[in-house]
Design a protein around this ligand. Structure first.
Ligand SMILES: Nc1ncnc2c1ncn2[C@@H]1O[C@H](COP(=O)(O)OP(=O)(O)OP(=O)(O)O)[C@@H](O)[C@H]1O
Ligand SMILES: [Mg+2]
Length: 255
């Protein structure tokens, strides 16, 4: 499957009557890695869920396109088949479904042992998914899941939160491998990564960062520079950052 750009054009996202995100313009080119920063409750997880097509999040304005094809009306399984995959912030327990069984269903059992070893999960493959896993084990399984699924565009929701310092390096190395940055993978994949701690920036090469505040992307720029700014000044607009292209939304405000 060839890599495809993911485009959000003037997107608004709501749950029922409540609008959570608005005026979102974002393009993740094929093979690019973008970082999403933002305070608690700013809408980061809701954005990833809406891109993935998870209820109850709906795109109520604008378009989400993958490789030029509009996907915001498609169900989650159709989006997964088109190449979207997500590592959850708080994934559910799957009682009765082992990692091995899911790998078989994904026709990925051949690569399971190798990928599980990279993430120090070799002893977990016969266990039910997330049942009794520690916080860090849950996070590592989410990365392993994407290894098995091999999506074109990987959405990572706080992949390093709760992961100890030694395993963060393993998670980072696994993500680089999954994204095709370490030279061993079959191809380059794209990613949108949410982080609070910024630890993952030490391990994953990212080209662009975005700051989400109150449901809007207030600026974009170099992710390391943005993170340094957030550490010193909080989630405020840095004087050097480019503000988002907002032509469409300006028209809307005026009308
Ligand atoms: N299903 C829902 N119904 C109602 N409100 C929701 C729903 N999902 C999210 N929200 C609200 O939308 C806002 C954004 O939530 P979201 O989980 O996207 O934040 P976040 O940026 O991921 O925060 P955190 O950093 O704490 O993970 C919050 O105020 C949250 O309570
Ligand atoms: Mg979240």
């Amino acid at each position: 499957m060839p890599a495809k750009p993911l485009v959000l054009a003037d997107v608004e996202i709501a749950v029922g009557p409540r609008v959570l995100l608005r005026r979102l313009n974002l393009t993740i080119g094929a093979g690019e890695t973008h970082i999403l920063f933002g305070p608690n409750g700013s809408g980061k997880s809701s954005l990833l869920s809406a891109i993935m097509g998870l209820p109850p999040y709906h795109v109520t304005r604008g378009e989400v396109r993958l490789g030029g094809e509009r996907i915001d009306n498609l169900p989650v399984d159709a989006r997964a088949r088109l190449g979207l995959g997500m590592a959850f912030q708080r994934p559910p327990e799957l009682d009765g479904v082992t990692i091995t069984a899911l790998a078989r269903a994904l026709r990925a059992d051949a690569g399971l042992a190798d990928a599980a070893a990279v993430l120090d999960l070799a002893d977990f493959v016969r266990r039910d998914i997330n049942v009794g896993f520690s916080g860090g084990e849950i996070k590592r399984w989410e990365i392993l899941k994407l290894f098995l699924q091999r999506p074109q565009i990987c959405l990572f929701d706080e992949p390093e939160s709760g992961v100890d310092l030694e395993h963060i390096a393993a998670v980072g190395a696994a993500m680089e491998r999954l994204l095709g940055r370490d030279g061993t993978g079959d191809q380059r994949r794209s990613a949108l990564i949410i982080t609070h701690t910024g630890f993952i920036l030490d391990h994953v090469q990212a080209g662009m960062g975005h700051m989400l505040v109150n449901g809007e992307i207030i600026c974009s720029g170099d992710p390391n520079r943005l993170f340094a700014h957030i550490k010193s000044h909080g989630y405020t607009l840095p004087p050097w950052a480019s503000e988002p292209a907002a032509a469409a939304s300006d028209e809307r405000i005026a009308s």
